[in-house]
Every structure is written in C-alpha cells, then in structure tokens.
Design a protein around this ligand. Structure first.
Ligand SMILES: O=P(O)(O)OP(=O)(O)OP(=O)(O)OC[C@H]1O[C@@H](n2cnc3c(O)ncnc32)[C@H](O)[C@@H]1O
Ligand SMILES: [Mg+2]
Length: 203
C-alpha cells in the first residue's frame, strides 16, 4: 500500500497567498497528495482577525475549505523577537503596515538598532491547521518553533520574509543563505510539518 493511500483525501488546498510559503509546503507534501493553491478557487484572502496563530490558521483553512470544497491546510506564522516582547508575532506580515518584506525588515532593524547581539534572540513560529471541510469541528493543529537571532544587516537571497535577517545558529549563516532543501529540513514550518505527518500516519 502506498503512503498516499493511507490519507483520507487525495487532494489538499493550501490556504495561503504567500508564494514562498506555498513553495515550501508544496515541497514538503507533494509526494503524498495533490496540493492545489487556494488561488485556483478564490482570490480574496480572509481577514486575519484572530489574536493567536491558531485562530488565524483556522480562519484561513476554513476559508479555503469553504471556497474549494476540499480539505485545506493553512499556515499562520511569524517572528517573535525577545527584545520586542514577542513582536511582531502574529502581526509579522503587517509589521510595517502592509509595505511588504523589505519594509518589514527595515522596521525590524530600526527597532533593534540599540540592542546588542546577545539580546537579539528570536524565534520563528509556524502553526499548521488541517481541516477536512469548512465545518470540521476537530481541526488538526501542529506547531513548530525555530530559534535564532536577528542580525545587524541582511544577508542572502533565498527564502522570503525575514529570512535575510534571521541568523541560524546550527548552520552559522542567515536563513536566506540556506539552500531551499536545507531550510525545509530545519525550519519552524518543517517542524510543524513533521508533527502533522506523524498525526496523519505518514511518518
Ligand atoms: O496568510 P498567508 O496568505 O499564508 O501569507 P502571509 O505572508 O500573510 O503569512 P502570515 O499571515 O502567516 O504572516 C507570516 C509572516 O511571517 C514571516 N514569516 C513566516 N514564516 C517565515 C519564514 O519561513 N521565513 C521568513 N519569514 C517568515 C513573513 O513575513 C510572513 O509574511
Ligand atoms: Mg497572512
């Protein structure tokens, strides 16, 4: 029996509009199930009104499941910086008011300009939520964290979001300097996905 046949579904909608995230999730799941980006079914994104990663991931998964009629997987993620009391956290994508990755990174560097290296600890968090349908009362919820430090200036060109500013102690480089495959082995999202795979009986 193949791995895929153990899953209760053969297609899965990825409830994200973030191209970087979509590529990572697709690479992690593509052998087991046909993954379809939500843009094939719906253009509008749901408002992320929750106060937790879990709430926002559920909102996104439900939205995509409703629009597609298929099981949906959402990721709500972000960067929690120790010296900023966990900010930007759930507001990571909107940190600089919708100005995009570069504006977010510039704002983060400015917020930390007087903070010394030993106090620049941070972690990426990813919460993955899988809902079998829009009214699924028992979503599967998995979480992963990735600890590192915020650098003084950007490095690297891989990845997305805050990757150029995130120092990865176990590789001694910025996250944006990691190969795509290596990031997908060690990141917050990879850890949450490992948990999800276990919960689905895939590994
Ligand atoms: O909501 P969706 O449509 O999935 O896409 P998004 O980009 O808005 O995603 P989030 O609301 O979950 O916001 C997460 C933000 O945190 C940052 N982030 C999350 N994971 C990251 C990673 O692996 N590398 C770099 N930055 C990351 C990045 O800025 C994201 O925009
Ligand atoms: Mg978002």
């Amino acid at each position: 029996m193949s791995e895929a046949s153990r899953l209760p579904f053969s297609q899965l909608v990825l409830a994200s509009g973030n191209a970087g995230k979509l590529a990572e999730l697709q690479a992690m799941l593509g052998n087991e199930v046909e993954v379809i980006p939500q843009s094939r079914f719906v253009q509008e994104e749901v408002e992320e009104t929750g106060l937790t990663f879990v709430e926002n991931a559920i909102l996104k998964a439900r939205h995509a499941a409703r629009a597609s009629g298929l099981p949906a997987l959402a990721d709500d993620s972000g960067l929690a910086v120790d010296a900023l009391g966990g900010a930007p956290g759930i507001y990571s994508a909107r940190y600089a008011g919708g100005g995009g990755d570069q504006a977010n990174n510039a704002k983060l560097l400015e917020a930390l300009q007087d903070v010394s290296d030993d106090k620049r600890g941070a972690r990426f968090i990813s919460v993955l939520v899988l809902m079998l349908h829009a009214e699924d009362p028992t979503p599967i919820i998995c979480e992963g964290a990735w600890h590192g430090r915020i650098m003084q200036e950007p490095r690297g060109s891989q990845g997305f979001g805050y990757d150029p500013l995130f120092w990865v102690p176990e590789r001694y480089c910025a996250s944006a300097e990691l190969s795509y495959a290596d990031k997908n082995r060690i990141s917050h999202r990879a850890k949450a996905m490992a948990d999800l795979r276990k919960r689905l009986g895939l590994s």
